[in-house]
Ligand binder design. Sequence first.
Ligand SMILES: C[S@@+](CC[C@H](N)C(=O)[O-])C[C@H]1O[C@@H](n2cnc3c(N)ncnc32)[C@H](O)[C@@H]1O
Length: 377
Amino acid sequence: MASFDADNLFFDNDVNSKKNVRVILNKDKFIEILSEILEANQIDIIRNKIFFIINIITHFRKDEEGLLNIDTNGDTISIRKDILISDLNQILESQTLERAKYYINRLREGIQKVKTSKINDINLLRWKEYDNIITDSLWILDKRDSSGVHNGWYWGNFIPQIPHQMMIRYTKKGDWVLDTFVGSGTTLIECKRLGRNGIGIELNPEVAKRSQELINKEENRYNIITDVIIGDSRTIDIKRILNKYGIKQFQLIIMHPPYHDIIKFSNQENDLSNAISVDKFLEMFGEVIDNTTSYLERGRYLVLVIGDKYSKGEWIPLGFYCMQEVLKRSYSLKSIIVKNFEETRGKRSQKELWRYRALVGGFYVFKHEYIFLFKKK
Ligand SMILES: C[S@@+](CC[C@H](N)C(=O)[O-])C[C@H]1O[C@@H](n2cnc3c(N)ncnc32)[C@H](O)[C@@H]1O
């Protein structure tokens, strides 16, 4: 039976947060009580009964109805306490009988039914409970998520919040995710935590080995597959990979390529960070898109994470150049997210120096990168 997926909410690590206080209700009993209340024909009767429910939820001892009685046979439902109380208060404050009944009906529907879209598991009838999902295009994240086995060992990794947010919005449990530049495996660790299957491709064998070891340490609660495959994403045979797992296509592709030569990842010629020019870099990046696009399901998403760079006193808008490469293929642009850089240890000590250089050189110090979102046509 479809039930509300509380796992998608574990992003908030603050155990003291009000958001983490949940009430577990006897589902059938709650629906029954709400249905009874809907029969009332006076607003005062409704108010009294709703007040009575609030009392049960806030003072467990008065639970004569067995609303919180989880020993009773039947389904239970877990709801965030602050949101439930706010919904009940909204009913209490209704000025008309019709309005009160409208809110009660909505509350009952959110408990009875699950309404999701084709591309994720978000229960739209209870959308208020997902306030950890970012829907704005400006992301200011002050610290990386270091829960689970995430340890940020790799120079040039991205923060786990990026694949986390993308998978919650653009995949369902059990879907397949491809990361063509998997590096230290951040995406695959998140796959394990969210119950998505993940395939990562990485050119550098030592990095791939170390990543796989770390990924293996994360608990596999949902019994899914997370494999790192050594190879060049421009040419690797994706169809063979899919055949191996008995699937036809991926439901999400994440790409976090080198920001051209900003960090040199290896000495290999086919490493995008060794491209001899920006044009060559874009050509190589385009080859990765060409090699993967037909294996992404139609209507599903490609996520590109990239920043810009400076060269010879000029700002090189790598992000927009790469975006253009994607748009030459069968994708439409859904969003451009601007995300702040977290300050790495190295950068912090050089902060003053960069500020001085910026003042002298007439430029601005990079503090952001992009997350481009494309939908496969
Ligand atoms: C920016 S890092 C990705 C980091 C990753 N998101 C993480 O959190 O660790 C880019 C990665 O792409 C790899 N790479 C470069 N060229 C590649 C290619 N042609 N095929 C596959 N991987 C490549 C590099 O070795 C590097 O690990």
